[in-house]
Design a protein around this ligand. Structure first.
Ligand SMILES: O=C(O)C(=O)C[C@]1(C(=O)O)C=C[C@@H](O)C=C1
Length: 427
């Protein structure tokens, strides 16, 4: 499978000045037309005469304009001390009450927020939600389901979406972690560990794929089909029937594939993407509902800088990540899982990933030589709220067997009825 390299890459760290990568620099991407930058108490708005359009090139130039505006805002404001504090280097001269809590650490005085259980963002304006992809991507739909009436902020990579929240460019990120057909999106599991964002919710959306091409193009003229690898995996059977001779190529997201065909006037190429992407980029729908199974659902996590207060008045899920303590022996995973089983806590997901700090352990045996054991970090989702004693007790026990343990979030479960999924005739 050939990968088409992205036409655009927006490295937020490079476009936004590092000493303003702090919680007092804020940017808005309002209806794709207007961007504002706020530095502390100063607030400035910048209009883009031609709008910040839906294409990635537009978004890139918006970032560049923002960067230059931020520099001038920085020069005319005395935010340096606060920037130092939020970067973890307090010089003692700053009012800490201005600084939101970070990972619930004591010393940062703002309490946990409950903003994720209510639609309004803490700064009083429209919530800005980062997602990976361009308009028309399923992730954009997930962002809209998670946060209705929010401003969706397209990011070219998952990592950029994490950074957008960390740098206060966005208030939340909505990112896929697993699909019922394609399985886990490992990259986001790794990024959850690398970054310090908190899971504050989940949304599941039914994914209904279409085969898109330029108007007038017939399916038998298609020599190449491009899309996100997950979408290609979810439509493999249908594509074999619809375009048996076409080469299948990976693209960074479904809607970007549609945009690419339209922008380059490609008459021999089709994309697997949403009907909304067809609409946005002027493509025709050659085939509708081409996912191989009707139960094609992607689960997205909602991420924020601060955790929400766990509750017990509705079904909650908790996600943790841990690594086993080496000297505790081989039954660690069994013991960890039984800590939940003994308390009647159901696990909904377990994922193992390479232990990046220590991927291999050499086990020596005088008689038979040495073997190399792969080391893992484990991600577990369980059906309980951290407000429940049984969950707290289970984690206290898990801590005894693990070298590290982190609660990624305790959040309301998506209870959308399955009847809203597309009927099986759609296949
Ligand atoms: O490419 C998109 O449209 C996405 O939103 C990404 C993504 C994914 O990463 O799994 C999301 C949902 C679908 O499962 C296919 C692709």
């Amino acid at each position: 499978m050939q990968t088409i390299s992205p036409a655009f890459s927006c490295d937020l760290k490079s476009v936004i000045q590092p000493n303003l990568t702090a919680k007092n620099a804020r940017y808005s991407h309002v209806n794709g037309k207007r961007v504002s930058v706020r530095c502390g108490y100063r607030s400035e708005s910048f209009s883009f005469p031609n709008g910040v359009g839906s294409s990635r090139a537009d978004w890139q130039s918006s970032c560049a304009i923002l960067a230059s505006k931020v520099v001038s805002a920085e020069n005319s404001s005395s935010m340096a001390d606060q920037v130092a504090v939020v970067n973890g280097h307090s010089n003692g001269s700053v009012d800490l009450s201005l600084v939101p809590s970070q990972n619930g650490k004591p010393g940062l005085v703002q309490p946990l927020t409950i903003t994720d259980l209510s639609p309004a963002p803490s700064h009083g304006s429209t919530l800005r939600v980062a997602y990976q992809g361009v308009p028309g991507a399923y992730s954009e739909a997930a962002a809209g389901k998670a946060y209705p009436n929010s401003e969706a902020i397209p990011c070219d990579q998952f990592d950029v979406a994490f950074q957008a929240v960390e740098l206060w460019i966005a208030d939340r990120a909505v990112l896929p972690v697993e699909n019922s057909l394609g399985g886990s999106i490992h990259r986001n599991y790794d990024l959850l560990l690398r970054h310090r964002l908190h899971i504050v919710g989940e949304v599941q959306i039914p994914v209904h794929h279409c085969l898109l091409a330029l108007p007038g193009v017939r399916a038998d003229c298609i020599t190449r089909v491009i899309s996100h690898p997950q979408a290609l995996a979810q439509t493999e059977g249908s594509l074999n029937k619809l375009t048996p001779k076409a080469a299948i190529e990976a693209f960074h997201d479904t809607a970007a594939a549609a945009e690419y065909i339209a922008a380059n006037n490609l008459h021999d190429t089709a994309a697997v993407a949403s009907a909304r992407a067809a609409d946005l980029y002027g493509l025709q729908i050659l085939a509708d509902g081409i996912q191989d199974y009707a139960g094609n659902v992607t689960r997205f996590l909602m991420l924020a800088r601060d955790p929400i207060i766990p509750r017990t008045d509705r079904p909650f899920k908790t996600s943790i990540v841990f690594a086993a303590q080496e000297h505790k022996g081989t039954s660690v995973l069994f013991k960890v899982l039984s800590a939940f089983a003994f308390r009647n806590i159901s696990l909904t997901k377990i994922e193992s990933r390479p232990h990046h700090n220590c991927p291999l352990r050499v086990v020596g045996d005088e008689n038979v030589g040495t073997s190399k054991h792969f080391e893992y970090t484990f991600y577990v989702d369980f059906e309980a709220s951290m407000a429940e004693a049984r969950a707290q007790n289970a984690l206290a026990e898990v801590q005894e067997y693990t070298s590290f343990l982190r609660v990624l979030g305790s959040y309301p479960m998506d209870m959308t009825p399955w009847s809203t999924l597309p009927p099986s005739e759609d296949v």
